[in-house]
Design a protein around this ligand. Sequence first.
Ligand code: ADP
Length: 555
Amino acid sequence: MTRYTKAMEQRSRLPRLSVLPTWERLLSRFSAVGEASPTSLAAYLSLLGVLSDTRLTIERMLGRVCVALPKITQLDLAAILTLEENKLQVATASLSPRHLERLLQSKSLKREVQPRSSRSRISPPAALDNNRRIGFVVVEPLGEFEGKPALLLGASQTVIPTEEIKLVEMVSQLVKLRFTDQAAKRRAEHLNEQLSTLTQHLSDGMIILDATLKVTFWSRPLERLTGVPARLAESKSYDEVLQSETFELLSEPLQRAINDRRQSSFSADLEVITKRGQRRWFNFSGSVLRGRRESIEQIVIVVSDISHRKMLEQKKNEFISIATHEFRTPLTVIRGYLSLLNNHRKGLNERQRGYLDRATEASDRLVHLAEDLLQVVQIEQDRLQISQQRFELAKLLKKICRDFKVRAAQKGVSLTFSEPEFNTTVELDPMRTEQIFANLIDNALKYTLRGSVKVYFEQAFDRTFKADNLVVNIKDTGIGIPRENVAEIFEKFRRAHRLEQIREQGAGLGLFIVKSFTQKQGGRIEVRSRPGHGTLFSVTLPLAKMSVTARNKER
Ligand code: ADP
């Protein structure tokens, strides 16, 4: 008997482990081998090292386990066996495989070695070699190795002490963990291969990032689009792979999606300089996939080359810009003459006055359209100038509501503004902000035939950016927006109602401008609507920084 086992026997019996061992539990066993010889302690430690070293191939790990076990126990042999069609095969052993195979012919041993846990005395003992005989075995199931049930077999001539059985059990559980881990890795590799086959026929590229934002998948089409090969991209952080400027621009919507659990998808159009030095436009549309307890598992990003679309858009914007400038000049002349005529209204008869009013109204509409079109071009070309000024948002809204009072009264719709009881100081562009709310209140009145339009404030806190926000609500009891059109009303030239449904003119540009102005100022806009019952537009804007501190002081 080795000194190690003697020492173990002197200690109290350790309880049987019902769950997988943790390193703490394993290490606690060292207290029981305090008196073990330095050599067996070293062997014990080296076995632990072998089991935990994930750089070792599974085959080498199994080989070392089989060599180590007989050194630190009184087992005469240790082997890993697999079972295929009821035939035992030796994966690795501390004996020569031929020797062991001969031993396995013994009926009594064969009976014991099954893919279920058993530890027992075998009778009659199996012949180990000419002089020795195996009388006791310990068999531990290891789960599946390369798709076959596997077992760890330990055999001894003498009775195997309980502590040693427990040791074999723990070693098996650790080996089992490596098997499961390897199977999971194989499955992931297989899925990656499938994904790569599937995606290489798509024109769009695909990037998959892990929870640490490392690239785990870089599809073939992406190699073509960016000029970056998968082998250079994979296992690097995505900002290392993409151009640094692009990273910064993509980083913001990506971080937003990562932090905001309610909105886990994002989309961004970015200009990228490819490895070959070409400038191209890509759309990055991504989704953050979360596992249990909301932890991030993967981020899947689909990358489409939108350079052609961007070029067409640019040409279209240039055309709109030139055409609008061209029709603005004659329009100014027409308005000048109309205004002259208006100065002499008294000299006109009632019919002529009617013609004049209609011509003035139509020319006003054209002026608005020209202004809207020019603003759209500015937004599209990212030329929007935003100034910043501190002002009371409540005051501005009160003024806008006052301006719309007459219009509301003409329509027979009540327009009310509820004064907030809290601070509404913002640091925004007053003109653009006025345009946002004038547009929304104008729409609310336009699409409400009877009932009311209510404008009121709310306070909100943005958890992602840890900032105090203001929410302005514009709630009407109008015709509402059909469910299928809600998602698209913020796109340009989109109208949710046909002209024959509602006799209101419009080019479908207002909400596109409203959304762009809101986002450009760090805000967001949401809409909720029930067709036939009304619509609620909510605009969230950041409160001015200083006023937050002042408010905190007040608390
Ligand atoms: P428009 O010039 O057509 O009003 P907008 O961009 O301002 O363009 O609005 C787009 C579409 O959204 C409108 O055509 C209308 O169908 C719908 N819409 C906007 N506001 C409301 C509202 N308050 N109630 C119902 N529908 C609305």
